[in-house]
Design a binder for this molecule. Sequence first.
Ligand code: PHE
Length: 360
Amino acid sequence: MESLDAERDDWLRQITAAADLDALERIRIAALGRSGAVTQLLKGLGALAPEERKARGAAVNKLKEQVEAALAEAKGRLEAASLEERLTRERVDVSLPVKAESEGRIHPISQTVDELIAIFGEMGFVVAEGPHIEDDFYNFTALNIPPEHPARQEQDTFYLMGAEGTRPEARKVLRTHTSPVQIRTMKAQKPPIRIIVPGRTFRSDHDATHSPMFHQVEGLVIEKNIHMGHLKGCLIEFCRTFFDIDDLPVRFRPSYFPFTEPSAEVDIGCSRAGGGLKIGAGADWLEILGSGMVHPKVLMNCGLDPAEYQGFAFGMGIERIAMLKYGIPDLRTFYDSDLRWLRHYGFSALDLPSLVTGAR
Ligand code: PHE
C-alpha cells in the first residue's frame, strides 16, 4: 500500500510539472497507456489470491482515478494557457494604415453601379437581372414594339443566326436595352414590384459617344395606385442624391417610348457658360434619362390588369451618368483597359459607396 502512495505522489508531481500539452500526453501514455505503469498494476491484480485482490484492487483503482483527475485538471489548465498565449501572439493591429495605393482599382462603371444600388436600395428597390442574349419577343414585341415598328431601327442591334428558315420573330438578339427584364419580372412575380436592373446592353453604333456594348440601368415599379407623381418624386430624389446637389433643377419633358404612356425625358440643370459643363442651377439643360408610366398593353402582355395595377419605368445609360459625375470626357476609354486611365479614374476598393459617394 505504501509503495502505491509513493507511486501516486510521483505521478501527481510529474503531472503538475508538465510544461505543455505534449509533455502531459507523454505522462498520460506512460501511466495509463496500453503498457503504462498504472495499466500494468491493474493487469497484475489477476495473479493475486481473491482476498488480497479485493483490497489491492480498490487501492489500484483509486490510484488510477486520482491520476486521471490530475491529468484532466492539468489538461484544462494548459489548454487555457495555450489559447491565452496564441491570442497575445496573433494579435492584429487594426490601426495600422492600409497599403491602399498599391492595390487594384474599382472601374468607374462598377463604382457607379454600386452607387445606383445604394441609392435605389434605400428607396426599397431590389436588383433584378436578365440574359444578354434575349428573345426578340422580350426585347421588342412584348414592349409594344411589333416587328415592323420604326423603333426597331433606332435600336439596331446584333441578331444571332438561327437555323435555316428561322422566322424573324424567333431570332435571338443581343438586348438593346435593359427593358426586357421588365417583362421577365412581371411575368415571373406578382406586384408589388420595385426593381432596378443594372446591366450590359448592345447596339450597332460606334463613335465618341456610342459603343456597341454599353451599360444601362432600368427601373420598374408596379403597384396599385402608382401615378406620375411617384415617378417624378422618385427620379428627382435620385438625380439630386446621385449628383449630390440638393437644389439640382430637374425637368420632365414630354417624349415617346412605345412601352410607356405618357413618356417623359428627364433633364437636369447645368451651365455651359464659358465652354465648360457644370451640373447644377444654370441656363441650360442636359438630358440624362428616359421614363414613363408603363403602357397598358405592356401590362396586358404580362398578364396584369391595367385597371388594377399601374406603374412607372425608367432607363438610363450608366456610362453617360458616370462621365457627367466624374468628368470623364471620352466614352471609348471605358473599355481600353489602359491602366493609367484606371489609376486616374478608378476608385479604391476601400471607398465603400454610400448614398452619394464618389469621393476619392
Ligand atoms: N429602354 C429605353 C431606351 O433604351 C429607356 C427607357 C426605359 C425609357 C424605361 C422609358 C422607360 O432608350
